[in-house]
Design a protein around this ligand. Structure first.
Ligand code: S3P
Length: 167
């Protein structure tokens, strides 16, 4: 397999790190939400609206099987709930990108494209609900991870170096 699978809460920077690490290591990066959007030719937001969350989770499981069977030497960034797929550990080494909720909240809401970033994330519509989801998931991310990287206050370059020094 030799893939690296980045898990963690919405907005923590999984996609940004995957792409930067891919560029510096000559690997490809793929993102599970992008794969689902190309599989269905539908935006994640629309899938939630039209088919509901349960159907989206089914698409995540299908994507996970496809990754396990077909993808090698790749850095995989995942949607915030993807860590629940049953074959996660068979896809690759699982790295949890960890940060406090308020750090993540600020990262999204104070970014240049804040409106767009919130709009496309159906489970990030209220501070209270997103925080409750974070608190429920935080111990589960830790439990499933092979490695935890604390991302707070680190630049993308520092994170790339830290990630690549691990594998
Ligand atoms: C989700 C996170 C999103 C996306 C979907 C559901 C979640 O991805 O998969 O909106 O359950 O946390 P990001 O983590 O890239 O925002």
């Amino acid at each position: 397999m030799d893939n690296i699978v980045l898990i963690g809460f919405m907005g923590v920077g999984k996609g940004t790190l995957a792409r930067a690490a891919a560029k510096s290591s000559g690997r490809f990066a793929v993102d599970t939400d992008d794969l689902i959007e190309s599989l269905t030719n539908t935006k994640i937001k629309k899938i939630f609206e039209k088919e509901g969350e349960a159907y989206f989770r089914e698409l995540e499981r299908r994507t996970a099987k496809w990754l396990e069977e077909n993808v090698r030497s790749t850095i995989v960034s995942t949607g915030g709930g993807f860590y629940k797929v049953p074959n996660l550990k068979k896809i690759g080494k699982v790295v949890y990108l960890k940060a406090d909720f308020d750090y993540i909240y600020d990262r999204i809401t104070k970014s240049k494209n804040a409106k767009k970033k919130i709009k496309k994330r159906p489970l990030f519509q209220s501070y209270k609900k997103a925080k409750a989801l974070y608190e429920q998931r935080a111990p589960e991310y830790e439990a499933v991870a092979d490695v935890v990287i604390d991302v707070e206050g680190k630049s993308t370059k520092e994170l790339v170096d830290e990630l690549m020094s691990l594998f």
